[in-house]
Design a protein around this ligand. Structure first.
Ligand SMILES: *Cc1c(COP(=O)(O)O)cnc(C)c1O
Length: 427
């Protein structure tokens, strides 16, 4: 494959944008390659500036569950443009998306729109602290909740890929109230709750972890979080920025039957435009300004173009059988990859929840961040390189998940498996 145009664009970008990218993992640094610059995308295919085409398993890091340029989303955006692009005032579209989210996710009775997942989690933490009057927050190693200061501790993919613990610029005092515990470790969590539960404002978790590859919760983990936070008057926050409308229409909470106090959403609910949201029961959300004292605001929040795209996306996802058919595609891919690994005599662990896959170059079962870190990163880099050259676009990091979209058909999935077989055989 020829990457001449991408290379030139990257050189240009490097002199005007830090690292040449607007989000670190895009730079492909950890796999020792340069990024391809994207020209356009359609369905499950993505095309770079040199005219190379790829089957896309990044899906803009999760939002593109319907594939790229879904006609109903494009149509909704085109139609709303006739009204304007931003008013900084309420519109009917915000209510419509809020109502759709509330109808889909039973634990949400009221929801506030923001512009990113980072804003959603950051605001949810403030709300939890505001309600409880407590400062300490509990998170889990390898879970990523956006890049807000207090949450940038043991934060999975992006930082793991770069090998930096947390980040310079975050004062120690800011994270001194953040406890990070091993994911899926019920005993470690119980211990912390028995020792200092009265200090804990909230526990924030990815109910299915999607930022250290893909790691499902073990039996009893989410139940323990629910039970002990309830007992101690702490707030349970599910960060469903990836899992919301991805693993089921009602998110991971509907899949596992656990009802959190606050849910954070993002990615899919914007239909490919920048949207985040956080919501919960009325008694919780009523603490937000202007109804209550906890402050949070946004110039572009509830943006009409983004709302229209989100509404169009959720309407599609509501179709009966959507998630079953999507999961079938992902299961076909998982089974095919597993076979390919065996055939090549390699060791890899594959995790799957719905249409999200984790593919780990390790002989361990991956249940937490420690397990994920046992992966052979050199082998992953070689695999990434080979797959990209064969036209398969996966995330350039061992610690990112694969996303299957409704636009992936058997033909593309089988082509992906075949490419993996060939590349694994050469490693
Ligand atoms: C992507 C992500 C975020 C951050 O969302 P942004 O829109 O990138 O700010 C937060 N939490 C989880 C679980 C995510 O995957």
């Amino acid at each position: 494959m020829n990457y001449e145009k991408s290379h030139k664009l990257f050189e240009r970008a490097l002199s005007v944008i830090p690292g040449g990218v607007n989000s670190p993992v895009r730079a492909c640094k950890s796999v020792g390659m340069e990024p391809v610059f994207i020209d356009h995308a359609d369905g499950c295919m993505i095309f770079d500036s040199d005219g190379n085409s790829y089957i896309d398993y990044i899906g803009s890091w999760g939002p593109m569950i319907l594939g790229h340029r879904h006609p109903s989303i494009i149509e909704a955006i085109e139609s709303v443009l006739k009204r304007g692009t931003s008013f900084g005032a309420p519109t009917d579209l915000e209510i419509e998306l809020a109502e759709m989210i509330i109808n889909a996710v039973p634990s949400i009775e009221m929801v506030r729109m923001v512009n990113s997942g980072t804003e959603a989690t950051m605001s949810a933490i403030r709300l939890a602290r505001g309600i409880t009057g407590r400062d300490t927050i509990v998170k889990f190693d390898g879970c990523y909740h956006g890049h807000a200061d207090t949450l940038l501790v043991e934060a999975g993919s992006g930082v793991a890929t770069l090998g930096i613990p947390g980040s310079p610029g975050v004062p120690e005092s800011f994270v001194s109230h953040t406890l990070s515990l091993p994911y899926n470790d019920i005993d470690a969590f119980k211990k912390v709750m028995s020792e200092q539960s009265e200090k804990i404002a909230c526990v924030i978790v990815e109910p299915v972890a999607g930022n250290m590859g893909l790691v499902p919760p073990v039996d009893g983990f989410l139940e323990a979080l629910r039970e002990l936070t309830e007992k101690s008057g702490s707030i349970l926050i599910f960060d469903e920025v990836i899992t919301g409308f991805r693993v089921a229409f009602g998110g991971a909470q509907s899949l596992y039957g656990i009802s959190p106090d606050i849910t954070c959403l993002g990615k899919i609910i914007g239909g490919g435009l920048p949207v985040g949201a956080y919501g919960g029961k009325n008694e919780i959300m009523s603490h937000m300004a202007p109804q209550g004292p906890v402050y949070q605001a946004g110039t572009l929040s509830g943006n009409p173009v983004a709302m229209a795209a989100g509404i169009a996306a959720l309407l599609q996802l509501k179709e009966p059988g959507f998630y079953d058919s999507l999961e079938e595609k992902a299961s076909r891919l998982a089974a095919g990859l597993e076979k390919a690994v065996k055939k090549a005599g390699k060791k890899a662990a594959i995790n799957q929840v719905g249409s999200i896959l984790g593919f780990f170059f390790t002989d361990k079962e991956v249940k937490n961040y420690e397990d994920a870190k046992t992966c052979d990163l050199e082998m992953f880099s070689a695999y990434y390189k080979g797959m990209r050259q064969k036209g398969i676009y996966i995330a350039p990091s061992q610690f990112e998940a694969l996303f299957v979209s409704a636009a992936h058909e058997t033909e593309q999935i089988d082509a992906t498996i075949k490419a993996a077989e060939e590349i694994l055989g050469e490693l």
